[in-house]
Design a protein around this ligand. Sequence first.
Ligand SMILES: *Cc1c(COP(=O)(O)O)cnc(C)c1O
Length: 468
Amino acid sequence: MRYVSTRGGGNPRSFTSILLEGLAPDGGLFVPERYPVILLPELKAMRAMSYPQLAFALLSKFAGDIPAADLEAMVNRTYTKDIFRSEDITPLRTLEPGLHILGLSNGPTLAFKDLAMQLLGNLFEYVLAKEGRELNILGATSGDTGSAAEYAMRGKKGIRVFMLSPHQRMSPFQTAQMFSLHDANIFNLAVKGVFDDCQDMVKAVSNDAAFKTKHRIGTVNSINWARVAAQVVYYFKGYFAATKTNDEVVTFSVPSGNFGNIYAGHIARSMGLPIKRLILATNENNVLDEFMRTGRYRVRKSSEVHATSSPSMDISKASNFERYVSDILGGNSTRLNALWAQLGSDGSFDLSGDKFRDMIAATGFSSGSSTHADRISTIRGLHEDYGVIVDTHTADGIKVGLQYREEGVPLICLETAQPAKFSETIQEALGREPDRPAGYENIESLPQRFEVIDADAAKVKAYIAVRT
Ligand SMILES: *Cc1c(COP(=O)(O)O)cnc(C)c1O
């Protein structure tokens, strides 16, 4: 399996050679030359597999240049009961026949990003050791992504993490999650400013090519190919858990922001997993829902982005979306370049003139959006009807998913975070706090390790320079 850029530039590359990269050199995203296809006998064998066995079977198709025994060892070290608090890794809860929740949020930071990030930590450490290299990860976070990265990279050889977060602006729970890490390779920098200041500082450092090379600066954002590949696994796992035979089809509903999670579902479907529909759910930041309904993709200005009660879906543009557009255009990189050039100049493009409906229908996508009031009533309704408490993001997915529910087709709603992370909204909906998972009861009272820093890129450079 080799990887090429959506924009058509450069030569095909191997999995490990793109592992530590962000954008392709021509500004595009790396995608496989073609998706591997799973035929029925293989699908049949997969049904009996444990999560790590399934992960190994699928990831070997994407990471062909890692020796099988090494990949298997990494996968076995990653997907353990110890880390994900369940033998199933992604347990399926059945609310009633044909309606399920796939639990993706049982990892260390209680959100689905752990499923990919925990593997990434092991893959990075492995490839860096092989090449005798080091990597200094610089990131900005308003909560979820930063903590998932820190928990994945803590204690890893050859890796340091410098994570910028807005000082005193994250929830006490999120702050405690990150700042209670005491590993020598994790550096929490609380920036006197807002999240945008943190992001600007990362950009300023990344734009200094000499500094970047000298200090081996890298990132772990959601466009990383290995993260996407790791997410394909739970679509297979969820399918097998919700069905008895491979003749059945299912529908997934996916709370979406940067289009990483649902794009993995699109890959699973393209590989031959019997998925009828992929339902894309957004919150008030409905860039993607608008595209699916109208064919128009319009990036939002940061002033247009709503701060919602499902904050991990508050996006202005969807960083993985280019990969999907490349697919529906049949890999036509000339066309894709033109669209992204237009996006750069006009802030939008429009595919409604193409056989848009057919292109979207061929990929099985449907979409919808939800509001704060929808989240509240969904959380309440599920609690009353089934006695479960779901988080706000999961509620967005369930609300839209139920609109498309079909007789005879199991609906699998992806649970992307634990309610304990968003207790304020749970309190508003149910008048009580959600229970915290074991081990997180007193997280706010653990000793914290962080440094406060001015919102100044020169300060962060100086900080990194003396530690790398
Ligand atoms: C990141 C995140 C999402 C959005 O996932 P994408 O892959 O960016 O579409 C949804 N819910 C939660 C809780 C998240 O952390």
